[in-house]
Write a protein that binds this ligand. Structure first.
Ligand SMILES: *[C@@H]1O[C@H](CO)[C@@H](O)[C@H](O)[C@H]1NC(C)=O
Length: 399
């Protein structure tokens, strides 16, 4: 192991353990406030998962352009990525925010929020201030949160199926759901996956390169740290940011944001006007285990369940190595959208997904021609409507 990696691990350990100085941050910028600000109707729906987490979903039932004409609108469900939330889809406003664009195009737009994020920090019996609340990772988002939210949407709307859009971890959890609970294929008409993250051994995220070798070992730190919220300490992040992205002083502020430290800050498509709102809503909170699980993938090259080390694996899974997710068996029409400069979803890893999926369900694999398009540009990149969303919406309409 190289020296910088040792240093990185220590730093990351400090980041993860340090008392969160951001705790209790109460932002006034929320999904509801943003949607209201633009004059669209917004609803909140509360859903309880079968393991007790209480999630808040957001819904734009109709567009302010059309008003509520009582017509039945096709239902679409948007699922955010790691450290993100439903705010992702509305932050860039009616011209570029996917939730608004879909609403204007006639859809009934539902946005999920995974356990642990800003809008989903409640549980029937556990407090988010205590460690047992944080005993989850994206496997649980796939097998508990997505089913609860999707079923609720279908119940509320009286529909039998919906269309799914996921970004990043919202694509990982999609594959968890569809490999673990295959009957959900009947409830998802098509899946539109932005920056799909399944296999990860080629990820280029700086945080993975530094933290992966040690933190991605089976069982490495979970016992030591216990379950905790990944709440990066501001000072530690600033230190890490100044080490990792000293070259781009223009976006120094971003370099102390965990999301950008992982997703990259070097995009020419970043809209500077949006930075204050992005910083106010992200990172939106997750469990440290979600990050460990991704780092395990980076190390192992497998897309499989959490590795607790052979002894605990045997207890939990009845075998020494964690079971893999059977991606080949997924049977939902899938559309992939990916790019060259994506630190999380590298081309090699996306290709592996693309050629593993059953060819009869892969409807599109669109590699953006924009070479500098990065992982977060799939949400907020300048010109995203023309560059990407027009195509996504066409696919949704034709699926
Ligand atoms: C940048 O973001 C602001 C605020 O959301 C928006 O009004 C503006 O249209 C965006 N600019 C571009 C070029 O997308």
């Amino acid at each position: 192991m190289r020296l910088y990696q040792i240093f990185g691990v220590l730093l990351l350990a400090y980041v993860a353990m340090a008392l969160p100085s951001d705790a209790g941050r109460s932002s006034t910028v929320t999904t509801v406030s943003i949607v209201k600000q633009f004059g669209y109707p917004i609803e909140e729906h509360v859903v309880q998962t079968s393991d007790g987490y209480i999630l808040t979903m957001h819904r734009i039932p109709y567009s302010k352009q059309t008003g509520n004409d009582g017509s039945k609108r096709p239902v679409i469900f948007l699922m955010h990525g790691l450290l993100c939330s439903s705010s992702d889809w509305v932050l860039s406003g009616p011209e570029n925010g996917l939730a608004f664009l879909l609403s204007d195009a006639g859809y009934d737009v539902w946005m999920g929020n995974a356990r642990g994020n800003t809008y989903s920090r409640k549980h029937a019996s556990k407090s988010p201030l205590l460690s047992p609340f944080w005993d989850f990772e994206w496997h649980d988002i796939g097998i508990y949160d997505l089913p609860a939210m999707i079923d609720n949407v279908l119940y509320q709307t009286g529909e039998e199926s919906l269309q799914y859009v996921g970004h990043s971890q919202g694509t990982t959890s999609f594959f968890v759901l569809n490999t673990m609970i295959p009957r959900f294929k009947n409830r998802i008409r098509s899946a539109h996956l932005l920056a799909p993250v399944v296999w990860m051994d080629h990820m280029e995220s700086p945080l993975a390169k530094v933290g992966g070798p040690l933190l991605g070992q089976p069982n490495a730190f979970i016992e030591l740290f216990g379950n905790a919220e990944f709440l990066p300490n501001t000072y530690a992040m600033q230190l890490m940011g100044s080490l990792m992205c000293r070259d781009s002083s223009a976006v120094q502020a971003l370099c102390s944001n965990a999301l950008f430290l992982m997703g990259g800050w070097d995009s020419p498509y970043l809209n500077a006007t949006m930075i204050p709102d992005i910083m106010a809503t992200t990172p939106a909170g997750c469990s440290i285990n979600q990050i460990y699980h991704y780092l395990q993938e980076y190390n192992s090259g497998f897309f499989r369940q959490f590795d607790y080390g052979s002894t605990r694996n045997k207890k939990k899974y009845s075998i020494k190595t964690p079971p893999t997710y059977d991606v080949e068996a997924v049977d939902v029409p899938i559309y992939l959208y990916y790019s060259d400069n994506d630190y999380f979803a590298s081309l090699i890893d996306v290709d592996r997904l693309r050629y593993t999926l059953n060819p009869s369900i892969l409807k599109r694999a669109y590699r953006l021609p924009e070479e500098k398009w990065n992982h977060l540009d799939f949400l907020w990149g300048m010109g995203i409507k023309e560059i990407l969303y027009d195509l996504v919406m066409e696919d949704i309409a034709n699926a």
